[in-house]
Write a new protein. Structure first.
Length: 306
């Protein structure tokens, strides 16, 4: 995987404080957000890099590893373990050498000719004495993090979406009923492994924007619907628009403002449960008449007097 300078991505120096990182990230994320740059593959790629840079640099432990190991920072623990193991073997070899009385030692490859650093052998593929080389250590590739922005109506149906990750287009199927903040894993779609190791994974977080009409709570939907005063008092019918089409409802006489109606099975699809839906809750909002004529006002006065 090519090295990405996260500091350059955020436009900050290596001495940047946590607050500097946060400010730079917020500024760039707003500028390159996919919602503000529709159908712009370059902006989408830049947004991915910005998120990746922030994820690493805003975490003190990850930042420390990145500063020391660069693109291989995720393998820092393995590198350190290899170094510790090599140091231990060197100490054991020195003790053996110090306690030996044969007087016959091969210095061509270190003490005893067999304890050259396994860490550097695994990195470069052969030991200092060029004795045929050893198999290079394999490391799993880095995981990628991505966001996919949807609106509520897109999340309502199973459909295809194309993501651009690290310059590559990945086509996925988005199941109906996906929730805001839900994360899924695509195994093997991360960065390539080191020295033939397995690829990392791709984690996609779904960001579902608020809808201007419907409010979602789990698998249920909530919506406010207006009815006029006369329908509320005398009863009538009202055509309701749902995500599944139109429904005609009967409004009973003397319906109160704020009264609720439940439409079973007209809510949001249940994730990966074909044919299962939540409910739709309708709350009536009574709209009072305005710009009454004198005659209409007089009728209301008579009604009030009764």
């Amino acid at each position: 995987m090519d090295f990405i300078d996260y500091y350059s991505v955020l436009g900050i120096p290596k001495t940047a404080s946590d607050e500097d990182i946060k400010k730079a990230y917020r500024k760039l994320a707003r500028k390159h957000h996919p919602d503000l740059n529709p159908n712009d593959a370059e902006a989408s790629k830049k947004f991915q890099q910005i998120n990746e840079a922030n994820e690493v640099l805003s975490d003190p432990e990850k930042r420390k590893k990145y500063d020391q190991y660069g693109k291989d920072w995720q393998h820092a623990d393995q590198f350190e373990e290899a170094r510790r193991g090599n140091a231990k073997r060197q100490q054991q070899s020195r003790r053996q050498y110090a306690g030996s009385d044969t007087g016959d030692h091969d210095f061509s490859g270190g003490f005893g000719g067999s304890d050259f650093s396994d860490f550097f052998s695994s990195m470069f593929g052969q030991d200092a004495g060029s004795r045929g080389g050893r198999q290079r250590a394999q490391f799993r590739g880095q995981d990628y993090q991505a966001e996919l922005n949807l609106n509520l109506r897109e999340a309502y149906t199973t459909h295809k979406q194309t993501l651009t990750v690290d310059g590559k287009n990945i086509r996925i199927t988005v199941p109906a009923g996906i929730e805001n903040g839900q994360k899924i894993k695509l195994a093997g779609y991360g960065a390539p492994g080191v020295n033939g190791g397995p690829n990392g994974d791709l984690y996609i977080t779904f960001v579902i924007a608020d809808d201007s009409r419907y409010k979602r709570k789990g698998d249920d939907l909530y919506v406010d619907e207006e009815i006029d005063l006369y329908t509320a008092l005398l009863g009538g019918e009202k055509i309701i628009e749902t995500l599944d089409g139109k429904v005609k409802l009967t409004v009973p006489p003397e319906t109160q403002n704020g009264a609720k109606v439940r439409l079973k099975g007209k809510g949001f699809p249940v994730y990966k449960q074909d044919g299962s839906f939540g409910d739709l809750y309708i709350q009536w909002q009574i709209k009072l008449p305005t710009k009454l004529t004198d005659e209409q006002k007089d009728l209301f006065r008579k009604l009030a007097a009764m």
